[in-house]
Design a protein around this ligand. Structure first.
Ligand SMILES: [Mg+2]
Length: 210
């Protein structure tokens, strides 16, 4: 069992469906985008597979040439329709508090734009030391390595790939689209069924590593 890379743990968290529940607002944002563009997006399907970059989702619905403009407009609409109704996932604040109690650092690494990620965290009352947006899977790994993250917590296969790539212990939570089996297959070292299991797990891990 390695010790922490620094004096205290550095814990990375994914945002959507790990710390943040923006599903209602995302449905409303897609509805608004469909209303403006005339392009029908199945918001329920989109919400069922959150994790990859917005542009990947939009590419299912818009011609490639229109994706950048649709993404830009989506982000404007998101600020209006999704930010105000954003909620923390159950026990998200407790999970972050558990890191703070160990004098650790919190690094949020997400596919969401950095600006919307910061605004979302403000909205749900979670303070992160670092927010790195517009990253997914292997590119999350680069950020995790740069910030010397010890443990990365996420709900998507891409988070497990990123954790592995970034030299962090991969902790999966089954609060998103991926099953425990899928998360293990993607490289999860630990799988939790809900974030409420994270504080005691972290405390145990801290004891093992000191
Ligand atoms: Mg996620």
């Amino acid at each position: 069992m390695p010790s922490w890379k620094a004096a205290a743990p550095v814990v990375g968290f994914d945002l959507d469906l790990t710390l943040l529940d923006a599903r209602a607002g995302i449905r409303a944002t897609f509805a608004a985008l469909s209303g403006e563009t005339g392009v029908s997006v199945d918001a329920e399907l989109a919400v069922s597979r959150l994790g990859p970059p917005l542009e990947s989702e939009l590419a299912h619905w818009f011609p490639a040439a229109q994706v950048p403009a649709a993404a830009a407009r989506y982000r404007e609409l998101y600020a209006v329709h999704a930010l105000p109704v954003s909620r923390p996932m159950p026990d998200a604040r407790a999970a972050v508090d558990a890191v703070r109690r160990l004098a650790g650092r919190v690094v949020v690494v997400t596919a969401k734009s950095t600006a919307l990620a910061r605004a979302s965290l403000d909205r749900i009352g979670i303070a992160a030391d670092v927010v790195e947006g517009a990253l997914f899977a292997r590119t999350k790994g680069a950020a995790l390595r740069a910030h010397r993250v010890d443990v990365f917590v996420g709900d998507h296969l891409g988070d497990m790939i990123g954790a592995r790539e970034g030299g962090a212990l991969a902790v999966g939570v089954t609060t998103g689209p991926c099953s425990a089996g899928d998360l293990h297959t993607a490289g999860a070292d630990v799988v939790l069924t809900r974030l409420g299991e994270f504080p005691p797990w972290l405390l145990g891990e801290d004891t093992r590593r000191r």
